[in-house]
Design a protein around this ligand. Sequence first.
Ligand code: ADP
Length: 454
Amino acid sequence: MKQKQPYFLLFKKARWRLASWYVAVISIVLGILVIGVYEAIIHAHQMTAEKELKTVAGTLHDSLEPILNTPGKLEKNIMQFFPNVCPVNSPCLSQNNIYNYRLGAIEKGQYYLYFFDMSGNLIALSKQNIKGLDIKKHQKQQEILKDNQGIRYLQISYMLHNKKGQDWGYIQVVRSLEDFDNYLNIVALILLLGLPLAIILIGLSALILTGLAMKPVYQSYCQIQQFTADAAHELRTPLAAILATIESTLMLANVTEQEAKETLQSLKRQTQRLSALVADLLMLSRLDWQLTSNSLNTIKYEKICLNYLINDVLEELAYLAISLQISLEAEIKVNHQIEIIGDTEKIYRLLFNLVVNGIQYTPTGGEVKIILEQKNKLAIIKVQDTGIGINSQELTHIFERFYRIDKGRSRKDGGSGLGLSIVQAIVQAHHGTIEVRSEVNKGSIFIMQLPINL
Ligand code: ADP
């Protein structure tokens, strides 16, 4: 358990790094998006304010021009239209004057009117004047102004002509942008508070998601580490035996021909065990490669007649079964031959491993049976024994690499704990499934389903 710690920290670090990068990228994108949205809102509001002001100023301009007389002079009849506009240095007209609905907006106090003569001298101005704003004829037709409190205003100036077409002066309409700015401040506040909140939520979800994504990687990394450690351990045992045999022979002063033969026989057995283990490991890694890369190179695809293959396995293992006094037979439940597409050598190995296990883990007088049947497009092969069985806790582990229930017994019988892993890998490479049912002291049954047409 302690060995897992460095990998765990490594993956934890990687997970944090991944989540941080994810948050950083999303934050930048979100930040750009928020700025863009805010700019778009500002622009939309500015456009609305400009449009509104132009409409008001344009209406006033068009209404005034046909009634203006003397240039630079606002006669009484004209002033009646603007009850809230007072001439410079003269009293304002009484409030009871005629009310013009077109000027309603000006009455609401959002708009301010200024009249200038052609020389830029102020002639008349709104009663509710803007304090802190420099009143003068602005050069530009349209611009944004700021009073000394920082409140923004939009102004538009139009030149006026009298009814004879002579230059009369200017009308300057100013609109306060305070309401827009207040609204924009609230929007900015919402975005500024919302952005960190969104980033925190993204951070938390990034941590959860990277955790979920890393979990299988972490698990397979641990499995690979475990596999490497187990493989090294398994290889070390025969190598140590070989070394011990050689050393003990070297220590003998004289080696007789008989002793030399015995030593070589022992070395042969250990080497065979070693090479069988290496061959198993190689097969497993190739089958893994086949599964992950989906390449068809490791598996041959040929027609396999399962009826014949089962007979071959029975023939090969008949001697072992007889020597252990175990009945070995096949039960073919179909009256035709079942053919699948796959790798003959591998399917043979699969059956061989299961039957050998059946024989090895069945006491004398027991029975091992291979059953062949067909269900729709599936070939079903069952390997059943009346052996020692496997308890339910062990059942979940028996397909793990190097897993052995009774290590002493297994090793004595030459088992490395790779047999069932190879069986499972071969089944998966043939797009099949395998399941096992077992009862302690009653026996086990391994059931495989292999598709007839791959
Ligand atoms: P081994 O090379 O040790 O047989 P396997 O991968 O073939 O390795 O099997 C893993 C373990 O599952 C064995 O150690 C054995 O304890 C158990 N096992 C496999 N087949 C049977 C069976 N038919 N009956 C009882 N136990 C079995």
